[in-house]
Design a protein around this ligand. Structure first.
Ligand SMILES: [Zn+2]
Length: 68
């Protein structure tokens, strides 16, 4: 799970992928969990998008046969 710390500018959260600290808001982290009890994803948005891109690229490689 991600770590959080209180700073002068507010609560910050450490991304478990890039290990950078970001403000613990939905601007920097995707929300997860239930609507009435939201939590923030343990990866920052940038890492989350990067992971999705990698996954999409990998599945495209699998679908592409050797004939083309
Ligand atoms: Zn990150």
């Amino acid at each position: 799970m991600g770590k959080e710390k209180m700073t002068e500018i507010g609560l910050e959260r450490q991304c478990t992928k890039c290990h950078d600290w970001w403000p613990a808001t939905r601007e920097f982290f995707y929300a997860t969990g239930r609507a009435d009890h939201p939590k923030l994803h343990s990866w920052c948005k940038a890492c989350y998008e990067e992971g999705r891109k990698d996954k999409r690229a990998a599945s495209r490689r699998l679908q592409t046969g050797p004939q083309d």
